[in-house]
Each structure stands twice: as structure tokens, then as C-alpha cells.
Ligand binder design. Structure first.
Ligand code: FAD
Length: 520
């Protein structure tokens, strides 16, 4: 009985703070409303945690946080807002690894998706079908947990992100890219079916054949159309180990030519195709502590550092080939063949042979190291871009060798690697450049609490340079503050995106932190 009154107190308080005009009839023992209320928290620590993200730049307080134990709780919350005369914003928060407040809901309710992971642990969060080679995975699950659960059956998903402590719902709302994308497409190209709760509180299963408009809307949809509570992810037999190679270049054109040649072999059954390809910049960053630096043998650091001193920037091409017991005798030969004719600097080739899981989870050790030094929970003024192949050389001259070297403040990894447009599905909401090959460029800055503005200025300079010189970029993990910028971002897809919003979330409840439809 006391729980009942506590629940009524919380829901009435949330409603009064939110100025919801239609008060809940507290005498009417609507058990579902009470259930919901017991999962809503106005506890200061829950509010504080829902007001922050990995970016550490934006802060927006919700009025309450929902800790759902099942999708029905989320549906009840959305229904409550949808049917109220003054609706409130609702944001699913996966692992909160956005960098610009995208999972926040100022004066609304944040749905803490991870609390469902704990409550659904009795086997329902990740279910593997060995026969059909897929896993049914809760939207709240972390990819590391999906990996561990599927590896138990000798299986694994096909397309990844570099870092695995992100939720399935969070990456599918963006795209989910990494070194596998050139060959298998982003994670959004590797989904068979989903359960989604729309902004009208409809709980629907969708796939390319069933409710297909919703399916394509949600993939890369920045959380605008519904909350993903389950995704069916295709699996493949997991390799045991990987051959992991890095090659250094002083010449950008040789670096990109080699990258483009290597990604041209991308058939699913192509034996000569690589399993992973990325690239990054090596620069003098003052501190060697970025999560990619541990790869090179300590004894080789002086010769790499002297190259960097000489050239300012060195380009690092990174490739991987999987192998297992069946292919362990041939993998070295295959890698040799891949490397033949590559134009890296002689002598600047470095290799490792590691377990498959160690490779996929490679960012984790860097994370733990930075955490132990107090350098993980700092502001992250990131900028992620997609640049058409035809303009990547202009980008190198103007940005890498121009703005970046001149300002000389860049910290953290700077990624640059190509992918193939044909591996993306244009019906999905994700936006990419209109060219067959395009590059992703990621400035993954870490900054001090009082220095992040300098990185923001650099980011703005980069955007200004691209606008001025006509580089047709698209932002990945986009963030804009005006409607005009969003319309420009979506380009020819804007009308469809807007139409889908009216169709699936007409009261504009979902993911207000993206500031697409709630930016006034
Ligand atoms: P959140 O930040 O919690 O949410 C992101 C958005 O998705 C919000 O708008 C939220 O409302 C919405 N959302 C969350 N869950 C759901 C759901 N179940 N249904 C519908 N909408 C939902 N990205 C890559 O592609 N490749 C990488 O290699 C990569 N590496 C990263 C490394 C680090 C260290 C970090 C911090 C981020 C990285 N990212 C990468 C970016 C990352 O994919 C996105 O920021 C992603 O949104 C984070 O997932 P999350 O679970 O933390 O989502």
C-alpha cells in the first residue's frame, strides 16, 4: 500500500512539474499507471546522470527518468504523453555515448534503456538461433554482450563499431561503422527485423517485408520514429584469430590509392577480400595516450617519431584478415598477396596476431587506461564527417595539412578510411555523400574542461573551409541547431524524413535532444 502512495506522489509530482494539464485521477486505481509510476524516478542522481553524455558539453535536465523493466513500460509512457493535451519529450538513452545531448530530453522523460538489460537478464535480452544464424537482441543490449553471447555458439555478428560498449538501439539509430563497413555495409545494413514502439505508442514488428516504411525510417533515424526494443542481427561463424597489420605512408595520395584498391575487393565470398580496413593520422599530439598508440612495438617508437617530426603527419593504413583452424596455414600467404604492390614506406610495416575477440574489443584497454588516469570522463568535442572520394585530397590539403597542423591542438585519434555506397541502402534514414566511394573522417578529440571551446573553433573552421571550397560533406552523428541546417543535411531525403515523422511521431515526442523538430 505505501508503494501505491509513493507511486502516486511521483507521477503527480512529475505531472505537475511538467504542467500536464489533465491530472491523474488518484482515486482511480489504474494499476498500469501505478506500475509506470514506480519505475519513474525524480531522484537527483538519476536526473543528473540523464543530463550528461560522453561529450560532456551539453547538459539538459529531464523532469524524470523511466527505468523500464519491459517494452510495455515504454509503450505506456509514450501513450501517456501522446494522449496528453500537453505532451512531453521522451528520449531513449542507450549508453549515453552521444557527444551532443542527442539522448537527452530537457523537461521531459529520459528512458534509461540499460535498466531493461538488468531486468531481462533471464535469457531474453539476447537469444541466439543457431540454425537460422541470427540473434534476437534487446535494443538496450551492449554490443560487447552480444559478442560474448554469440561467441558461446561459435558465431558472431558481421558488422561492428570500433568500440563495443554502445547499445544496439544507439548504433542502429546512427549507422554503426567500422573497418568492416566497406565490405559488409554499416550495422544498419545488417538487421533482419525489429520491434519498435512508435511515437503513437504502437508496438510493431518491422522488416523489409512487414511495416517496411517504419523499418527503413528507424535505421539511421536518429531516434525520431520509434524506440527499438528488439533487433534481429544476422550472424556468421566466428573466426578464431586475426592477422592485424599497419602500414605507414608519408604520401596521402599513395595512402588513399592503396585504401581504395583494397576496398574494391568487397564481395562476401571474395577470398582475396580483407575483413577490415581503416586508416588514421599519426601526429605529434604531446601525449602518446590515445587508444591507438599501443599497437607499435616500443623499440620502433623513435623511428616513427622522427618520421612524424619530419613530415608533420604520417598516414597509417590498418588492415585485418580473419583466420581459423581451417585457414591458419594459408592466411600468411594471403596477407602477403594483399600487401604486394602496396606503396607504404619500406620498413614501416607492423603486424600482430591476436584473438578475434581481443581485436574487436581493442578500444577497451585504452578506455580503462584513460579511466585510470581520469582522462575518459572529460569533454569530447568530436567531429565526424563523410567526404566524397573526389574531394578527399582537397580535404587533406586544406584541413589535415592546413587547419590541423596550423592550430596544432588536435588530441585523440583522427580516423580516415573509405567505404562503398553500394553497401548502404538508400531507403534508410542515414545520409551519406552522393558518390560511390566516400571517406569517413573522425576527429575524436578529448579536451580539458576549460579548453573544449578551442576544439569547437577548430571544428567550425573545418566546416567553414569545406563550405567555402564546395566539399560536399555529410556529418556522421550529426548535430545542428537550426531547421535550415537539418534540411540541408538531409537534402533530397528531407521530405521523406519529415513525412515519416508525421506518420510515426506526429506529436514530436521522440529524441528531442537531436534538435531536428524541436529546435526553437
Ligand atoms: P545514446 O547516446 O544513448 O543514444 C543515441 C541516440 O539514439 C539518441 O538520440 C537516443 O535517443 C537514440 N536511441 C538510443 N537507444 C535507442 C533505441 N533503443 N531506440 C531508438 N533510439 C534510441 N559509432 C560508430 O558508428 N562507429 C564507431 O566505431 C564508434 N565508436 C565510438 C566510440 C566511442 C568511445 C564513443 C563514445 C562513440 C562511438 N561511436 C561510434 C558513436 C556511437 O555509435 C553513437 O554515439 C551511439 O549513438 C552511441 O550509442 P549509445 O547506446 O550510447 O546511444
Amino acid at each position: 500500500f505505501p508503494a501505491y502512495f509513493t507511486a502516486i506522489f511521483i507521477i503527480t509530482r512529475v505531472m505537475s512539474i511538467m504542467k500536464i494539464s489533465k491530472p491523474l485521477d488518484v482515486h482511480h486505481k489504474d494499476i498500469r499507471a501505478v506500475d509506470l509510476a514506480t519505475k519513474l524516478s525524480v531522484d537527483p542522481s538519476a536526473i543528473e546522470s540523464a543530463s550528461r553524455d560522453f561529450g560532456g558539453i551539453v547538459k539538459a535536465e529531464p523532469e524524470a527518468v523511466l527505468h523500464p523493466s519491459a517494452p510495455q513500460d515504454i509503450a505506456a509512457l509514450i501513450k501517456f504523453s501522446y494522449s496528453n493535451s500537453v505532451p512531453f519529450g521522451i528520449a531513449a538513452k542507450g549508453h549515453g555515448h552521444s557527444v551532443r545531448g542527442q539522448a537527452m530530453a530537457e523537461n521531459g522523460v529520459v528512458v534509461d534503456m540499460r535498466s531493461m538489460a538488468n531486468k531481462r537478464r533471464n535469457g531474453t535480452g539476447i537469444r541466439v538461433s543457431i540454425d537460422r544464424l541470427y540473434a534476437d537482441v534487446g535494443g538496450e543490449q551492449l554490443w560487447i554482450d552480444v559478442l560474448n553471447a554469440t561467441l558461446e555458439y561459435g558465431l558472431a555478428p558481421i558488422s561492428w563499431t570500433d568500440y563495443l560498449y554502445l547499445t544496439v538501439g544507439g548504433t542502429l539509430s546512427n549507422a554503426g561503422i567500422s573497418g568492416q563497413t566497406f565490405r559488409y555495409g554499416p550495422q544498419i545494413s545488417n538487421v533482419l527485423e525489429m520491434d519498435v514502439i512508435t511515437g503513437k505508442a504502437d508496438f510493431l514488428t518491422c522488416s523489409p517485408r512487414m511495416n517496411s516504411e517504419l523499418f527503413y525510417a528507424v535505421l539511421g533515424g536518429l531516434g525520431q520514429f520509434g524506440i527499438i526494443t528488439r533487433a534481429r542481427i544476422p550472424l556468421q561463424p566466428a573466426p578464431k584469430r586475426v592477422k592485424w597489420v599497419r602500414l605507414l605512408y608519408d604520401d596521402f595520395s599513395s595512402f588513399t590509392k592503396d585504401q581504395e584498391l583494397l576496398i574494391s575487393k568487397n564481395g562476401r565470398k571474395d577470398k582475396s577480400a580483407l575483413d577490415y580496413l581503416e586508416g588514421s593520422l599519426l601526429m605529434d599530439q604531446g601525449s602518446p595516450d590515445n587508444w591507438r598508440s599501443s599497437f607499435f612495438p616500443y623499440k620502433d617508437h623513435p623511428k616513427i617519431i622522427s618520421l612524424i617530426t619530419k613530415h608533420g603527419i604520417i598516414y597509417c593504413l590498418e588492415i585485418v584478415k580473419h583466420y581459423d583452424d581451417r585457414t591458419k596455414h594459408t592466411v600468411d600467404k594471403e596477407m602477403e598477396q594483399v600487401l604486394q604492390g602496396m606503396n607504404y614506406m619500406p620498413g614501416f610495416i607492423f603486424g600482430k596476431d591476436v584473438g578475434y575477440e581481443e581485436f574487436l574489443n581493442r578500444v577497451r584497454s585504452g578506455e580503462l587506461k584513460l579511466k585510470s588516469q581520469g582522462l575518459w570522463d572529460v569533454p569530447h568535442p568530436w567531429l565526424n564527417l563523410f567526404i566524397p572520394k573526389s574531394q578527399i585530397s582537397d580535404f587533406n590539403n586544406g584541413v589535415f595539412r592546413g587547419i590541423v597542423l596550423e592550430r596544432n591542438i588536435t588530441t585523440g585519434p583522427v580516423l580516415v578510411y573509405p567505404m562503398n555506397r553500394q553497401k548502404w541502402d538508400d531507403r534508410m534514414s542515414a545520409v551519406i555523400p552522393d558518390e560511390e566511394i566516400f571517406y569517413t573522417v573522425g576527429f575524436l578529440h578529448s579536451s580539458g574542461f576549460d579548453t573544449w571551446k578551442a576544439f569547437e573553433d577548430q571544428n567550425k573552421d573545418i566546416m567553414r573551409f569545406c563550405n567555402k571550397t564546395g566539399i560536399m560533406l555529410k556529418q556522421y552523428l550529426p548535430h545542428y541547431s537550426t531547421k535550415e541546417e537539418w534540411v540541408h543535411h538531409f537534402g533530397s531525403k528531407w521530405k521523406v524524413f519529415q513525412h515519416r515523422k508525421y506518420q510515426f511521431d506526429p506529436r514530436m515526442l521522440l529524441s528531442p535532444g537531436q534538435r531536428i523538430f524541436n529546435n526553437n
